[in-house]
Ligand binder design. Structure first.
Ligand code: NI
Length: 138
């Protein structure tokens, strides 16, 4: 982290209460830590809405007995191979699998990949966790 700078913040009482509630709920030890987290969160949002490169994780839950679904999921991953940096397959029970796919690349491509995977017929759960390469975040 680069040099620490102190600055004064003026907030309406109500907003300050909201900040403190948020700080407590999320478990940040100080107001400064809560503000840092909020700024980082906004920066990650900005990166996803037009940055050069983002990182994320796609999670899928599906029944592996559905062969067509497996073929489709595999084929999409091959089409977007350059955006996939790792994947992990966990057999949850006799029917269900959890697949976690780490993705990296231009936000619109990564989002497109996630959307295609999530919309495969038979996928029981699909989500994209939007993370960051960590650059420009101090
Ligand atoms: Ni499995």
């Amino acid at each position: 982290m680069s040099g620490l700078v102190r600055f004064g913040v003026s907030l309406e009482k109500e907003l300050l209460e909201k900040l403190d509630n948020l700080r407590r709920a999320k478990g940040y030890p100080t107001r400064s830590e809560a503000i840092r987290a909020l700024v980082r969160q906004e920066e990650v949002k900005r990166q996803w809405s037009g940055g050069d490169e983002v990182v994320g994780a796609v999670s899928l839950v599906y029944d592996h007995h559905r062969r067509e679904l497996i073929n489709k999921i595999t084929s999409i991953q091959h089409d977007y191979g350059r955006y996939i940096i790792a994947s992990q397959h966990v057999h949850i029970d006799h029917h269900n699998c959890l697949e976690i796919i780490a993705v990296k690349g231009k936000p619109e491509k990564v989002q497109e990949l996630a959307d295609r995977l999530k919309s495969v017929k038979g996928v029981k759960h699909g989500s994209l966790s939007m993370a960051t390469t960590g650059k420009h975040l101090g």
